[in-house]
Design a protein around this ligand. Structure first.
Ligand code: 5AD
Ligand code: SF4
Length: 469
């Protein structure tokens, strides 16, 4: 038999890229590729790139510079030919430019075409290079092989499943509608198949992902378009699935069925990422968000009315063109009113081809720095207060893997807080993986909760998924 070839894949950016990277591994497994942890010994290196902000985009070129050296060394030393692929959103947006700036690249493939990787790699061997950044007419999901059971088990008990891709919202700062294309939802039956297969192989928590996940409107088995709320309701009935999450949502697409899902489904975690970007109405209008700060607060209130323990996280952009001190103060005021469990905040980065990139009145860099600092301080304080409130309480933890210290086990709370626990003597940490157990929280270590099991694990406990097997 041929020696397996080694594949190293490095992902940048969002959860969708993490998911896509796994699917690329699945596409290449039948070609004889196995994953390796470093680029240096790889026969194939894939950079799965992010275009959302300039800093993320530029990373590709520095990575490629390093990879070219590794490739030359592999060729000079072991006489091994390393192929280099650029995938993801930078590939989509800057295909030709990548090849011009770094001739060592063999294949450029956009996020909608990676099911063609085996053909593109073969073409590149023949022709020296292959580039595919069209949005193909066929849906890649119909062509992606299912992950092998061993691959699912090795990835652990928590999995992402793409249910929706692309975005039709066209916020004026954002490249996603251009790099990921128009909004497309996968059919309910295909998602259900994926989730059942994951559950059969030990997965206990599924996060449904999409650039605009709550715009989901996939074909249901009844021939109608199902909403995300309805899909969640169906998935909550899959045996073995004990936790469901979804990300990322737009406030305008929160409908009554999604709110009802939070009311009715204990498996749906009370933690929602709901980006608002700014608290200022004029800035929200310039961003083309199509909602006001008050609209956003009303959406938050609807969630809280049915699930009082629900917590939120958000994304913010500071220094959008024309943002005044008063606009920024409105953002701080909104953050104070809502009270987040955490949030991501970014300095505005003009992206080529987006409407905001042509807006005058750029906010000076020093002002952006200073606003980012103030916003992050406020968010950090809210996050610390949220975490501190767990001390002394008993919280449910879904255990994911043995910890680094002997006897320790690591999991996450409903709010994705990491929890580190030393189980009772005589309990093998692995036997708790995949179970939800109550933990009494004693203290915090940075962002992690430390505590002890508040109940004896069931005697018949068996490892549900051997991670890293
Ligand atoms: N500049 C800064 N941040 C941006 N984001 C998207 N586009 C830009 C940009 N041009 C942020 C938004 C989005 C998150 C994924 O990235 O906050 O929600
Ligand atoms: Fe980008 Fe999200 Fe706006 Fe879509 S809704 S354009 S993904 S920020």
């Amino acid at each position: 038999m041929d020696q397996p070839r080694k594949l190293h894949i490095k992902s940048f950016g969002c959860q969708m890229n993490v998911y896509d990277a796994q699917r690329m591994v699945d596409v290449l497994a039948p070609e004889g590729f196995v994953e390796t942890a470093t680029a240096d010994d790889a026969d194939l290196v894939i950079l799965n790139t992010c275009h959302i902000r300039e800093k993320a985009s530029e990373k590709v070129y520095s990575e490629l510079g390093r990879l070219r050296l590794a490739r030359d060394e592999a060729a000079a030393g072991a006489g091994r030919r390393m192929q280099i692929v650029v995938a993801g959103c930078v590939a989509q947006a800057e295909g030709e430019e990548i090849v011009r700036r770094q001739p060592a690249v063999d294949v450029v493939v956009g996020p909608q075409s990676y099911h063609h990787l085996p053909r593109l790699l073969a073409e590149a061997k023949q022709a020296g290079r292959a580039l595919e950044t069209e949005f193909p007419v066929e849906d890649k999901f119909g062509f992606l092989p299912q992950p092998r059971p061993e691959a699912i088990r090795a990835r652990g008990i928590s999995a992402f499943v793409t249910v929706q891709e692309g975005c039709d919202k066209f916020c004026t700062f954002c490249v996603v509608p251009y790099t990921r294309g128009a909004e497309v939802s996968r059919p309910v039956a295909a998602i259900l198949d994926d989730v059942k297969r994951l559950a059969d192989n030990g997965v206990r928590e599924v996060t449904l992902i999409g650039q605009n996940v709550n715009a989901y409107h996939g074909d249901g088995p009844d021939g109608r378009a199902w909403t995300l709320g309805r899909l969640l309701q169906r998935l909550a009935a899959v045996p073995g699935i004990v936790r469901l999450r979804y990300s990322t949502s737009h406030p305008n697409d929160v409908d009554d069925e999604l709110i009802a899902a939070h009311r009715d489904l204990p498996a749906l975690m009370p933690f929602v990422h709901l980006p608002v970007q700014s608290g200022s109405d004029p800035i929200l209008a310039a961003m083309n968000r199509k909602h006001s700060a008050a609209d956003y607060r009303r959406v938050i209130d609807r969630f809280r009315a049915v699930r009082p323990e629900i917590a939120f996280s958000s994304d913010f952009i500071v220094g959008f063109p024309g943002e005044t001190e008063a606009d920024f103060a409105a953002t701080l005021a909104l953050v104070t009113q809502i009270g987040y469990a955490g949030a991501y905040s970014f300095k505005y980065s003009p992206r080529p081809g987006t409407p905001a990139a042509d807006m005058p009145e750029m906010v000076p860099a020093a002002v952006m720095d200073e606003r980012l600092e103030r916003l992050q301080q406020l968010i950090d304080a809210q996050q610390s207060a949220f975490n501190k409130a767990s001390i002394g309480r008993t919280v449910d933890v879904l255990f994911e893997r043995a910890g680094r210290k002997p006897g320790q086990i690591v999991g996450r709370t409903a709010y994705l807080q990491p929890a580190h626990v030393f189980p009772a003597p005589g309990t093998a940490p692995d036997s708790l993986v995949g179970q939800i157990l109550p933990v009494r929280v004693d203290s915090l270590e940075r962002y992690s909760l430390l505590g002890e099991l508040a109940a004896t694990p069931p005697q018949h406990a068996r490892p549900l998924a051997a991670t890293g097997a």
